[in-house]
Design a binder for this molecule. Structure first.
Ligand code: FNR
Length: 334
């Protein structure tokens, strides 16, 4: 609950670098609104909607169960995939399992992602998937969060070997995700060799776990609050070396952000913080209605760009300027 409260109170203006991307209008798009298809190409992940609800409800408790239930109903109503938060505490404490199982109860046919950290064993990965009959497993990387937590992990050795073992032994696809600090080209190269199905870059610019954890400690580690790879840059970093499914998240709030993530090469987009804010402050109905508006806005903008489907967006020209241009130039990514 601390995470949820502080995620809301520390949320700031997005700093994803998406503002440095300018779209090129097409006055002769050659299609109409009814021609637009919003079904993403995500291979084995089988997502049916361009946007999914990213992980945010770890740790049991009545409030987690309520939020998981609400998000699962929203996912069902809008056709979105949904990830649960870390299930590690439920694996260790069986009494918490119902707070997760509710997502499958509420959305029996939906695409659901299980979630664990990279400390997980193969058996824990299998148990987490079974707990919610998940369609895929997210393994999260959260070095900066752990380092900022006084009681957090200090040893990050062996993670890539455990990820490789889990990806080899699990029957469902494995997604590796960051938690708001982004995936670099160097990290993506290691992940590409680990035989996983997808990377979620989860970049800097939205929910900031250094800011959240700093709220819980007296000596603040301020340097970590400015740490991380902005989401727009993290997409390009990862795309340059990883040719499988690329998911984008981190500070994505609007249909325009979603569109720009697809233009940079994402195959689907995850939202956590901004959905959480709407769910907590306005409730289930409003969240459903905002998601329908987001789909509608996406359709409008794709029409004006002449992009019939989401994969066409990667071929739409765009102008990259400012800090993002500088970043990509220095990294040799343009
Ligand atoms: C998260 N996130 C997260 N990720 C994960 O893999 N396992 C988890 O248990 C959690 N828990 C969690 C709790 C809360 C309250 C929030 C807001 C987020 C991280 C999340 O999935 C995502 O990677 C980041 O929040 C960045 O995306 P947004 O929030 O900027 O859209």
């Amino acid at each position: 609950m601390d995470h949820i409260q502080f995620a809301l109170s520390t949320s700031q203006q997005p700093r994803t670098m998406f503002d440095d991307i300018r779209l090129i209008h097409q006055a002769l798009p050659g299609l109409g609104v009814e021609d637009i298809l919003l079904k993403p190409e995500t291979g084995d992940l089988c997502l049916k909607s361009p946007v999914f609800i990213n992980a945010m409800t770890g740790g049991g408790g009545i409030e987690t169960e309520r939020l998981n239930g609400l998000l699962a109903r929203v996912a069902k109503e809008t056709g979105m995939g949904m990830a649960v938060g870390s299930q590690m505490s439920a694996l260790k404490n069986p009494i918490e399992r119902n707070t997760y199982k509710i997502v499958r109860k509420e959305n029996s046919e939906g695409i659901l992602f299980a979630n664990l950290g990279s400390e997980a064993t193969v058996q824990q990965a299998k148990d987490a998937v079974e707990m919610i009959e998940a369609n895929a497993l997210q393994i999260h990387l959260n070095v900066v969060q752990e380092l900022t937590m006084p009681e957090g992990d200090r040893d990050f050795k062996g993670a890539i070997d455990r990820i490789r073992r889990i990806a080899g032994d699990l029957e469902v696809p494995v997604i590796v995700k960051e938690t708001g600090f982004g995936i670099s080209r160097e990290t993506a190269v290691q992940l590409a060799a680990a035989d996983i199905t997808a990377i979620d870059v989860s970049g800097f610019g939205g929910t900031n776990f250094a800011a959240i954890e700093n709220e819980r400690r007296s000596r603040k580690l301020g340097y970590f609050q400015e740490w991380g790879i902005p989401t727009a840059a993290a997409i390009v970093e990862t795309k340059s070396v990883f040719d499988k499914t690329l998911l984008a998240s981190g500070g994505i709030h609007s249909a325009l952000d979603v569109l720009k993530a697809f233009i940079l090469g994402a195959d689907a987009v995850g939202l956590a913080g901004s959905f959480l804010k709407i769910a907590m402050e306005k409730g289930e109905k409003e969240l459903i209605s905002e998601i329908h508006s987001l789909y509608e806005d996406l359709t409008m903008m794709m029409t004006a760009l002449g992009a019939r489907n989401l994969s066409d967006l990667a071929f739409c020209p765009a102008i990259i300027s400012g800090e993002l241009f500088h970043y990509l130039t220095v990294r040799g990514l343009n």
